[in-house]
Write a protein that binds this ligand. Structure first.
Ligand code: THU
Length: 160
């Protein structure tokens, strides 16, 4: 028997003012679009802004459904929209923010497993890393240089 260990890395920014100016702008758009979340069940609103290599910004918010699994997370709304509208563009950076109507979120809120797997597909397709920044409503922001940091040992097409 042998053991393997996999490490992962994030950068931490104490507040939005510490972010690079282009990311401050992207996060501001994510915060704005968070208001459009349709979240009557969870009261948990997620906003996402993505910048593509063609300069376009694509936005997304979570969209819920009375049949709960039929809803979709903000990250997938945004990245699927990017794929649908600009299939040849590369996704450069993604800003994510999540806020609850019932309590203030202060910790960075990472994308769920299904969103990580979905983002991974686009990162592998485009063969360049996607920078991911995520935060709660207030507080620090985590930066992942690539989706790989959020999903080590991922399943992808090479296993098929
Ligand atoms: N949600 C997202 O939009 N992104 C995530 O990565 C995690 C969860 C949404 C789904 C649901 O509408 C609400 O947040 C509560 O889970």
């Amino acid at each position: 028997m042998k053991e393997i260990s996999i490490t992962t890395q994030f950068k931490v920014f104490d507040s939005t003012q510490d972010l690079p100016i282009d990311i401050q702008d992207l996060m501001t758009q994510a915060i704005e679009v968070r208001k459009n979340a349709y979240a009557p069940y969870s009261k948990f609103r997620v906003g996402v802004a993505i910048i593509l290599d063609n300069g376009k910004v694509v936005l997304g918010s979570n969209q819920e459904n009375a049949a709960y699994p039929s809803g979709l997370c903000a990250e997938r709304v945004a990245i699927f929209y990017a794929g649908a509208m600009y299939p040849d563009a590369k996704v450069l950076k993604m800003a994510i923010t999540a806020a609850s109507d019932t309590n203030q979120t202060t910790a960075p809120i990472p994308p769920c497993g299904s969103c990580r797997q979905s983002i991974a597909e686009y990162e592998i397709k485009q063969e360049t890393p996607i920078e991911i920044y995520f935060m709660g409503e207030i507080g620090s922001i985590y930066k992942s240089e690539s989706l790989k940091n959020l999903l080590p040992f991922m399943f992808d097409k090479k296993f098929l």
